[in-house]
Design a protein around this ligand. Structure first.
Ligand SMILES: Cc1ncc(C[n+]2csc(CCOP(=O)(O)OP(=O)(O)O)c2C)c(N)n1
Ligand code: SF4
Length: 278
């Protein structure tokens, strides 16, 4: 019997995959926030991370590759009362979907974006992507990745995101707290989650001893957040930046349909509607 936020389907990820930790963290976060499953929409892109929508017991939309963010923006604008969560990969968000991500951040759309950053294209069997560290051997870079990765935290800050955090999928309790804050944030929130992929790139080996949790950092201090984002050897976990500004959807309150109008929409027959275009 499936509990709240659990569809009852058995996850099919590889043993040791970091996606298990993210799934556990998001379920616990939603439960602790006291949210009803029907008040949450999860949108996922294409990749191993995309299976989140199969296992997470909320309204869900499995978008095409790189387009999870614009779908989520549409959901939020149509019904701002919903909590909208995006599950996306580093390939999905930082490669093919990058422009959508940056512009949603710039507009401060009220969605919470959780990036499953395994630093590899996993579903397509292990090609290097925009966050694969230089020198790493992958199936597409057998002699070592010749490219410099870019810094997603720096990009998010530069784009105007009002909540920027980094988590680690092995630390479920800590990640759960980050997700709770992101989901309740007014405006655009992004959590870059370091997510080991033991099958194609198990980043655990490389980050062992480099992670630390932020303490005494003022998340309203933009310059301090930039400095943290620039740290190279040590990797800070926690909320790097958190400020409150009006969310994009607040500009369109007058366009949002009222319950009575929505009720009349529900009476529409999809078959009749489609027949008009056949
Ligand atoms: C338009 C389009 N281009 C390419 C693909 C092939 N493709 C599927 S998943 C993927 C990358 C997956 O990497 P990531 O987003 O990091 O997710 P992960 O599998 O690592 O969770 C690619 C390139 C596709 N499905 N659609
Ligand atoms: S290939 Fe990697 S990311 Fe995909 S399920 Fe397996 S361990 Fe997880």
């Amino acid at each position: 019997m499936a509990s709240a936020f659990d569809t009852g389907r058995r996850p099919q990820w590889c043993p040791g995959c970091g996606n298990y930790g993210i799934l556990a963290a998001v379920r616990a976060a939603l439960a602790e926030l006291g949210l009803k499953p029907e008040s949450v929409v999860a949108v996922a892109g294409i990749g191993c991370h995309g299976r989140m929508t199969e296992y997470l017991g909320v309204n869900a939309f499995h978008a095409i590759h790189g387009r999870a963010v614009p779908v989520a923006v549409g959901v939020k604008l149509a019904n701002p009362s919903l909590k909208v969560i995006v599950h996306t990969g580093d390939g999905d968000a930082y490669s093919i979907g990058l422009s959508h991500l940056l512009h949603a951040a710039r507009r401060n759309v009220g969605i919470a974006v959780i990036v499953h950053n395994n630093m590899i294209f996993a579903l397509t069997t292990g090609q290097a992507g925009p966050t694969t560290p230089k020198g790493v051997r992958t199936r597409s870079t057998p002699s070592g990745n010749p490219e410099e990765p870019f810094n997603p935290i720096l990009l998010a800050l530069a784009s105007g995101a009002t909540f920027v955090a980094r988590g680690f999928s092995d630390d479920v309790q800590h990640l759960k707290e980050l997700i709770k804050r992101a989901v309740n944030h007014r405006g655009f929130a992004i959590i870059d989650v370091i997510q080991p992929c033991p099958t194609f790139y198990d980043v655990r080996r490389e980050i062992r001893g480099r992670l630390y949790k932020l303490e005494g950092h003022d998340p309203a201090d933009f310059k301090a957040a930039l400095n943290l984002a620039l740290e190279a050897e040590k990797i800070p976990l926690g909320v790097l930046y958190d400020v409150e500004k009006p969310a994009f959807e607040e500009n369109f309150k007058h366009l949002v349909k009222q319950p009575a109008e929505l009720a009349s929409l529900r009476k529409l027959s999809l078959a009749k509607l489609l027949a008009r275009f056949s």
